[in-house]
Design a protein around this ligand. Sequence first.
Ligand code: ATP
Ligand code: MG
Length: 584
Amino acid sequence: MNFPPITKNIASWQVRPCMVDYAKTCAEFSWDAVRAELAGLPDGGGLNLAHEAVDRHASGPRARHLALRWLGKDGSVRDLTYADMAQGSARFANVLRSLGVGKGERVFALMGRVPELYFAALGTLKNVSVFCPLFSQFGPEPVWQRLSRGDAKVLVTTKALYEKKVSTLRERLPKLQFILLADAEDDLDAGVRSLPKLMSAASDQFVISPTSPEDMALLHFTSGTTGMPKGAVHVHQAALTHFATGRYVLDLHPDDVFWCTADPGWVTGTSYGIFAPLLHGVTNLVDEADFDAERWYRLLQDQKVTVWYTAPTALRRLMRIPGEPRTQYDLSHLRLIHSVGEPLNPEAVVWGQQALGLPVHDNWWQTETGGIMIANYAAMDIRPGSMGKPLPGIEAAIVKHDEQGLEVIQESNVEGELALRPGWPSMFRAYLHDEARYAKCFVDGWYLSGDLAKRDADGYFWFVGRADDIIKTSGHMVGPFEVESALMEHPAVAEAGVIGKPEPLIGQLVKAFVVVKAGHAADDALCNELIGFGRKRLGPAVAPKEIAFVESLPKTRSGKIMRRLLKARELGLPEGDLSTLEND
Ligand code: ATP
Ligand code: MG
């Protein structure tokens, strides 16, 4: 279970990492200094995220640099420079202005990863309206839920999605005034308009109104892994976190080609699929197509991707395929691989090194934090299974709290709730329409993440589990991640999801749902072998006592294992909100 640390020898690297000395960077860091690196709107007009991401570059030496390379499902390619992005987003902002959409009003997008989505995101921010992206594969009810809870005034979508998911909802959405169809040549009616027509009539110049760093910029719904998705509100100065993490975590350099595989329907797909790379003026790749191992490897090779940001689910899918991709594809341009969204099994970190030639760097954050908070850094040794250390400028701690108050745990290797000191720029400013829930997240000067973790003596943080997923068995607290990672070390296991099943004698019994790799029989012999394997790795108290083989695990559309659903199904309980369930 103990994977040796992966050490870094930066002396031999061609590209010197942006951060070579973590402790020194932390000591010298200030958010004011980050702010000073951004331009700000002219004449003291404040700070606007879209201005920083595109206009700043479009009016400078990077105007002709490739900002976004879009790869269509059908093999087509569209290249957009920073000047093109500035113009496209200006047109969209002018469209909003012409429709009377103002500051703070909500502009939703429900569409695949097409260039219009990126113009809409940036144009909405230029208009100081609020951008709220929805994942295009949501069904009509989840779409309605979010549009109505988010007070949508405008929805940008496509003809097909409109017909399939939105047309029947209009009566139930009295506040929704305009639906803009990205691929319609003509208007359908006064409320359903052709976006290309509006865009071509609009000017490609737009002067951004004064924007306060605290003006609301984005509304993001959480993944719904633990229950009903919450609407997290973010402000324009989130740009500072995007910028800082782009430098210290993603290690972006001017000539980088960056690829974030997340969809903008989730916060990773905006913070890192749009803002961080553009804030750094690098080339951002957008692939319209969904996961496909062969396509992904080709993309990494052909586009000469240098920094790649992906997720554990995708990595586990790649791991199932036998072979060493680095011998089949030219991955020599790749410099850094990052992962977020779920615990990254140590097995996956090490697989990266063997199969791709680079270890995978895990990092941790949430919709609520707006940006990466804890990470493994390019120049820092990796301890496989650890999320790494807090971002410079971020104070993280392990705490215990109850009605009496909160205690910061000073000892190392003690489990508790992961907490952050509030005040970082991309911290969520509200749960939309739920003040009480927001207030509950803050106790005695700390933001409580709802995740359990521990910190080792050297300051590395280790994920234990979500507070809701922790299993109490025979007096032990077991995090499902530990058990899942141990099972993943067995050659027959592709993926595992672990829950606690009520059992009178021991409290909860550890039960694992296992997906086996192709070529392995899911039979009693394997079941017994895995139970024995678990006991050896984890000891009898923590090892799974029951194993069920399944074809697949229930996951959110953002790729997270929904353990609450495994549990509800096991116990015959109500399944709760399923709006983000994949393949429902
Ligand atoms: P909901 O809050 O609606 O239940 P969610 O928490 O899954 O959904 P997100 O904000 O997308 O919604 O996900 C953040 C959560 O994902 C974290 O709180 C944590 O539980 C998990 N997570 C993210 N990155 C990591 C990581 N590197 N290691 C372990 N867990 C992670
Ligand atoms: Mg959450």
